[in-house]
Design a protein around this ligand. Sequence first.
Ligand SMILES: *Cc1c(COP(=O)(O)O)cnc(C)c1O
Length: 411
Amino acid sequence: MEILNNKYVFSGEVDALQLTEKYGCPLYVYDTAIIARQYKRLTDAFNVDKLKINYACKALTNINVLKYIKSLGAGLDTVSIQEVKLGLMAGFATEDIIYTPNCVSLEEIKEALDLGVRINIDNLSILEQFGNQFSDKPVCIRINPHILAGGNSKISTGHIDSKFGISFHQVPHIRRIVEATGMKVTGLHMHTGSDILDSEVFIQGADVLLSIAEEFPHLEDIDFGSGFKVDYKNDGIETDVEDLGIRISDRFNEFCAAYGRELTLMFEPGKFLVSEAGTFLAKVNVIKQTTSTVFAGIDSGLNHLIRPMLYDSYHRIENISKTEGRKRIYTIVGYICETDTFGINRKLNEVLEGDILAFHNAGAYCFMMASNYNSRYRPAEVLIHEGKDYLIRNRETMEDILKNQVEQDIF
Ligand SMILES: *Cc1c(COP(=O)(O)O)cnc(C)c1O
């Protein structure tokens, strides 16, 4: 979003305030131009023969977003059978969908196999059962390289005590299963967590994975996962993907030369592709001054955007009803009946009741974690594409709240 002619606009000069008048508040808005920019940054950064970016769709699964990302040429990384089905509905080819579940049943994995998508297995028990039953089906194996990374312990997935992946110390056991069952391992995978700032972490993980890879003769691809940190504070602190691209590409090309075959280098970003593309717009209901604080209370809460409360994550906030004027300091809170603070001591253009606040970086893990807590409706979603706005999800109604409730005639 930028200021143009004294208005906050999305790409194609779509007026943000007008959207809130047209669709109501609160509102999620996604801008395809930013998704395209981020996709291009990644594909430009890596210099290898074969590169595939698989969008980790748990970040944002609106089917229009999936279709758009497919049109860019990406594949899809999915973590549940429902995400697999959404991906197929969005038109992804089965070979472009990777299913990377954790702690799901063998039944669910079989369902994904029946749908024809690629299977990524992350524990020895399932690997053995899978090998015994489907030794003719190619699989990818998720390795845990034991690297502590990620912005927060809840989103760090590669360390020694993590529930994700098969420890690289257990490769001899993997090999035993592969030899005994005759299964064909065509991919190796790692994903060490979210919000990783340091390229060195990726490099260390890549080195671990590549050192194991020599032991698997049928590989077609190696997937280095994701965890790219994005610029939440608008201070330029993010993963340097350009630097990472050069370093990983060199390592990868060297490996392929030694391995004797060009493999596909894969990544599976969620946040990197869609975080900055999303903006959450909410209206200020109340300005409340206590002895120590000026609160701006909005028509939303942790039911719509829980990341600040769940992860202490920082979302930049702006008052888009004013493009200038004096700044004042606010604590921005929601309407939920428990503490739901979005930001403390934020300097905003002076806020009046009725003003619209924009929460930036609201594309990834925001709508997807929305709930009906306090029996509130989940917001509408709008997509901006080439200067036009499209409604891509209706705001919920009382019908949605009651939809699956069964009212019994017993009281
Ligand atoms: C969540 C997830 C991702 C995406 O992580 P981001 O930090 O959003 O890029 C990638 N791969 C797997 C297996 C995941 O579970």
